[in-house]
Write a protein that binds this ligand. Structure first.
Ligand code: PEP
Length: 261
């Protein structure tokens, strides 16, 4: 049985003060949520928040004593050096964060990050002990042009170059986030999301082996809210969700976590 993984991505929202405010409310709600705490203790559901670099330390401290995992939204592949404005993997682990998002569609499309660069980030993350959440997803134009599966196949193959099956299954997570569903309010239907997540699992089987495919955690992301979580999470190849806008408020994120149980 694969564990569920429910994650929020705050993007460029919530500096340290807003992070403290979020955690004050969220940890109070968590104390009242016996079923969520029980699932986290049993390891059947993991809860994660990917927060801006400037809020990592506040989030790590605020999450102490709770099962909430804290991750960064991006990292550079070098450990240190002349890369003004960047954050390295060792800097992220020094703060106490354990996970990192790699290749979110905003990084791919706004900041023009390439599959080759993302592959370097994946290797660097794993080398310093971070769990790498590699995001893949097609644009609306690519979907309408019938290219969605080829795009996912390329992002998967190139992002994972040089990674072995055990590493993929145990130290990575794949998030399928169709670009046209991110921040638009247009969720992929449960069947559309399952079709691509099932395709990713088959890619894992063909590229690695059946065990890797069976163990791999695959998330769906794109306008996930409390009221569409149950339908998405009940799909056989979807193990969790990556939530943008609806993770910014403690109560809406908590409702998603509860609906995913
Ligand atoms: C995201 O940022 O990863 C995301 C899925 O955003 P939203 O839920 O707001 O569509």
């Amino acid at each position: 049985m694969r564990r569920k993984f429910i994650a929020g991505n705050w993007k460029m929202n919530h500096g340290p003060a807003a992070t403290s405010e979020f955690f004050n409310k969220f940890t109070a709600e968590l104390k009242e949520a016996g079923d969520v705490l029980e699932a986290a203790a049993k390891g059947t559901e993991e809860i994660a928040l990917f927060v801006p670099a400037v809020s990592l330390l506040t989030a790590v401290n605020a999450a102490k004593g709770t099962p909430v995992i804290i991750g960064a939204e991006n990292m550079h592949w070098e450990k240190s050096g002349a890369f003004t404005g960047e954050t390295s993997g060792p800097m992220i682990t020094e703060i106490g964060a354990t996970h990192v998002l790699i290749g979110h569609s905003e990084r791919r499309h706004i900041f023009r990050e390439t599959d080759e660069e993302l592959n370097k980030k994946v290797h660097a993350a794993i080398e310093c002990g971070l769990v790498a959440v590699l995001c893949v997803g097609e644009t609306l134009e690519e979907r309408e042009g019938g290219k969605a599966f080829n795009v996912i196949k390329k992002q998967f193959a190139e992002g994972l170059k040089g990674i072995d099956g055990d590493t993929l299954a145990r130290k990575m997570i794949i998030a399928y986030e169709p670009v046209w569903a991110i921040g638009t309010g247009k969720t992929a239907s449960d069947a559309d999301a399952e079709e691509v997540c099932g395709f990713i699992r088959r890619l894992a089987k063909e590229s690695f082996c059946e065990n890797t495919a069976d163990e791999l955690i695959i998330l769906y992301g794109g306008s996930v809210k409390a009221d569409n979580t149950r339908g998405i999470i009940s799909q056989p190849d979807i193990d969790g969700v990556l939530v943008g806008g609806a993770s910014l408020k403690a109560d809406s994120f908590m409702q998603i976590i509860k609906n995913a149980l």
